[in-house]
Design a protein around this ligand. Sequence first.
Ligand SMILES: *[C@@H]1O[C@H](CO)[C@@H](O)[C@H](O)[C@H]1NC(C)=O
Ligand SMILES: *[C@@H]1O[C@H](CO)[C@@H](O)[C@H](O)[C@H]1NC(C)=O
Ligand SMILES: *[C@@H]1O[C@H](CO)[C@@H](O)[C@H](O)[C@H]1NC(C)=O
Ligand SMILES: *[C@@H]1O[C@H](CO)[C@@H](O)[C@H](O)[C@H]1NC(C)=O
Ligand SMILES: *[C@@H]1O[C@H](CO)[C@@H](O)[C@H](O)[C@H]1NC(C)=O
Ligand SMILES: *[C@@H]1O[C@H](CO)[C@@H](O)[C@H](O)[C@H]1NC(C)=O
Ligand SMILES: *[C@@H]1O[C@H](CO)[C@@H](O)[C@H](O)[C@H]1NC(C)=O
Length: 475
Amino acid sequence: MDILIVIVACVIVLSARNVEARTGHHHHRATKSQCIQYSAISCRAHSASITDFGGVGDGVTSNTRAFQAAIDHLSQFELHGGSQLFVPPGRWLTSSFNLTSRFTLYLHKDAVLLASQEESEWAVIKPLPSYGRGRDTDGGRYISLIFGTNLTDVVITGDNGTIDGQGQVWWDKFHKKELTYTRPYLIEIMFSENIQISNLTLIDSPSWNIHPIYSSNIIIQGITILAPVRSPNTDGINPDSCTNTRIEDCYIVSGDDCVAVKSGWDEYGIAFGMPTKQLAIRRLTCISPTSAVIALGSEMSGGIEDVRAEDILAIDSESGVRIKTGVGRGAYVKDIYVRGMTLKTMKWAFWMTGDYGSHPDNNYDPNAIPVVENINYRDVIAENVTMAAKLDGIAGYPFTGICISNVTIEIAKSSKKLAWNCTNIAGISSSVTPTPCALLADQGPGSISACNFPTDSLPIDNVEMQMCSYTIEQP
Ligand SMILES: *[C@@H]1O[C@H](CO)[C@@H](O)[C@H](O)[C@H]1NC(C)=O
Ligand SMILES: *[C@@H]1O[C@H](CO)[C@@H](O)[C@H](O)[C@H]1NC(C)=O
Ligand SMILES: *[C@@H]1O[C@H](CO)[C@@H](O)[C@H](O)[C@H]1NC(C)=O
Ligand SMILES: *[C@@H]1O[C@H](CO)[C@@H](O)[C@H](O)[C@H]1NC(C)=O
Ligand SMILES: *[C@@H]1O[C@H](CO)[C@@H](O)[C@H](O)[C@H]1NC(C)=O
Ligand SMILES: *[C@@H]1O[C@H](CO)[C@@H](O)[C@H](O)[C@H]1NC(C)=O
Ligand SMILES: *[C@@H]1O[C@H](CO)[C@@H](O)[C@H](O)[C@H]1NC(C)=O
């Protein structure tokens, strides 16, 4: 019903403008207005274009002030129907800007946000409380390009518009150890709820691409992420201490994990104590030759639970699903369900690492042992794989309840490695080729469906989108 009404409204606006153009003073000038429609968790009563605030899309002029002025102005509508900011075709150079609540940022398909390469333009903010320090350096970190904190109802979308992180200068500084602070991410939303990030292309991020943290009710859909496969730490999507998230229809080529599920680092993450849970990942395509398709950790000190991944396609990636943890992390990785993976050219189909190391400082608790349990992988076809699996738990604290069923892995003819190498784990298997390690006790072919996958849906699956519109007037 709502959808129909909004579409009709869009058409009426269009024809009214056309009439005006034909009968008004300016009928000698061809005026055309274009109605843009997009789906979103909520539509907005007020609209503006970045050009209304002095924005210049020439690829040279800085638009940082224009973006911040536009959003500061639009924030007055937070309690009056919300607002949308339209970014027309052009190359919009900008440094970081902060979002507001009940707000939509919409990028036209030919709009490119170009992240400033000028380090001095980036504000430095405090480390994340669950990390205790920056990921690249001790101390603070550069604010992300598109940043929001303590917000509700935020949409970042577009008709596949582009956000270009221009990361090369940051990668060079990182390699030369010239950075004073941790590199910025492209999008970071903290302490927020009801977030949609959809139908955009993100390229060459200085570091991580999309980082929702301490947030809930998040939809990430139709995102293309592209970065050179050797670029440092260009993780795709990192849900971090988040509840109720769905990531769907994304295509990621990057230099680090395509999706990295996180929840804080050692003693800082344990003290903060906020897990990532209720996460669905569907229809993900990943190319990441040196990293995982889906990583759980390594920062998982608030816990990771109830992750459901299905319909995953990976080409030329290091590992399928990877659990990364170690002594000092504490917390748990549990109730992980994966089904329907097609993997082509991989080093490992499955990988679990119980001695990941990488500590924020030397104050981690050597008695903080992570618990890894109830890990389910089923319906997997893999080809050209070097090793089927390397599954290493922690001595004295095995990873338990591992279930692998209905899996066919074709080992590359050139591989001379052991197909399965398991230490400090326990679990079962059924209908797995090649024959798994003895620690995964074979239940026989009758148990081909042995590994669980939840049949209920997550609350985020019940969120319905509306059809929203924006009318552009082009002189
Ligand atoms: C993304 O774009 C597709 C069409 O390309 C459209 O069907 C879909 O509704 C859009 N989704 C969102 C969440 O914007
Ligand atoms: C954006 O938010 C951060 C964190 O709250 C703050 O440090 C920064 O000053 C804000 N930037 C602007 C331009 O208001
Ligand atoms: C944001 O929310 C967090 C958690 O509720 C709170 O600790 C923090 O003070 C809030 N920050 C602002 C700027 O309101
Ligand atoms: C969006 O743009 C990227 C980069 O040009 C392209 O690879 C991708 O196929 C586009 N997605 C859609 C849905 O058109
Ligand atoms: C198999 O994997 C190797 C790398 O391990 C790669 O060089 C080769 O091209 C792959 N073959 C096919 C048919 O994809
Ligand atoms: C086994 O996995 C394949 C996909 O790899 C799937 O098509 C098939 O339905 C699965 N079989 C069972 C019994 O679940
Ligand atoms: C199996 O894994 C263990 C633990 O990582 C390692 O020490 C051992 O060398 C591996 N064995 C083979 C044959 O690769």
